[in-house]
Write a protein that binds this ligand. Structure first.
Ligand code: ADE
Ligand code: ZN
Length: 337
């Protein structure tokens, strides 16, 4: 029996893989472009959406970095965050650990403080307004040199009490985790959690490096780990959380059809997977759509949905008491529905 959409959307869940710059909807892009007098190379929202046909990760990144140019003030980042949290709440989301890419903004002349102050303000307001909690993860762009990530880590020093962790994103191929060994070691010595994109387009070796060199607390994507049986077993045994993003995988041609997505296989193998949206404004769906469309395409059961929801909390960086409270809320939802 298939699971109802109301059950999937309603179940309490956290989102652990979301680039806040990737939640910039074309409507907000145009509004901010007008407000900040930044040119957008499209004439309409429809034209923007039509341009979101990607063949690979790099195709997407080129458009995504261009879109971020409209973000100029703290208030822009605050508004961006608030819009995302409204969507999260509508999808049963109660917690999110959101990524931001400081270098995307500092490299075009914005002070480090602008993005982070605006996002932190939006996160505080979202908690008051929607009851949604959140944590912030600062990602380093892997197509840049490690020296740039060190500069970013230094700029973040006044904010380290408000940053949960560091991550690694952008163009994966040709930029292995080992390129960033020293900066991740420095981040760890600051007490920051460690996550990294690995195995989205890159080979299983990059997943090994994320584990053995960066010592990740969580792995972002990880799809290509399935090509290596020993690596897959190790991820299962370690109980490593994977933040899987099905609609992103579809849009970036990591899978060619959603019915071929490995989410069901990953669950059946005992991998600790979660379901996330990555860059929802670009990939055609927020976290609820990722759950619903994947469930329909690969045949997820009610138990699978409950496992995904529980994993999203137990794989989060929340304290043990909050985590237990959220897992109990999933059990209560299950009992009532
Ligand atoms: N930045 C934003 N989305 C990303 C993704 N899916 N992979 C790598 N870098 C990203
Ligand atoms: Zn991502």
């Amino acid at each position: 029996m298939s699971v109802s959409e109301a059950f999937i959307r309603g179940i309490p869940k956290a989102e652990l893989h979301l680039h806040i710059e990737g939640s910039l909807e074309p409507e907000l892009m145009f509004a901010l472009g007008r407000r900040n007098k930044v040119d957008i190379p499209f004439r309409s929202v429809e034209e923007v959406r039509a341009a979101y046909a990607f063949s690979n990760l790099q195709d997407f990144l080129d458009i995504y970095y261009q879109g971020a140019n409209v973000l100029q003030t703290e208030d822009d980042f605050r508004e961006l965050a608030l819009a995302y949290f409204a969507r999260l709440q509508a999808d049963g989301g109660v917690h999110a650990e959101i990524f931001f890419d400081p270098e995307t903004h500092t490299d075009r002349g914005l002070p480090f403080s602008v993005a982070i102050e605006g996002l932190l303000q939006g996160m505080r307001e979202a908690e008051a307004k929607f009851g949604v909690t959140s944590k912030l993860i600062m990602c380093f762009l892997r197509h840049l040199e490690e020296e740039s990530s060190f500069r970013t880590l230094r700029a973040a020093e006044p904010y380290l009490d408000r940053i949960a962790g560091v991550g690694l994103d952008s163009s994966e191929k040709g930029h292995p985790p080992s390129k960033f060994a020293r900066v991740f070691q420095a981040a760890k010595s600051h007490g920051l959690k460690i996550v990294a994109h690995a195995g989205e387009e890159g080979p299983p070796e990059y997943v090994f490096e994320a584990l053995d060199i960066l010592h990740v607390d969580r792995l972002d994507h990880g799809n290509r780990a399935l090509e290596d049986a020993a690596l897959t077993r190790r991820l299962v045994e370690q109980g490593m959380t994977l933040t899987v993003c099905p609609l992103s995988n579809l849009k970036l041609c990591v899978v060619h059809e959603l019915k071929d997505h490995p989410m069901k296989r990953m669950l059946d193998l005992g991998l600790k997977v979660t379901c996330n949206s990555d860059d929802p404004a670009y990939f055609g769906g927020y976290v609820g759509d990722n759950y619903v469309r994947t469930a329909q395409a690969v045949g997820l059961t009610r138990d699978d949905i409950v496992t995904l929801a529980k994993n999203s909390f137990t794989g989060s960086f929340l304290d043990v008491a909050s985590l237990a409270r959220h897992v109990a809320a999933v059990d209560a939802f299950m009992a009532a529905n």
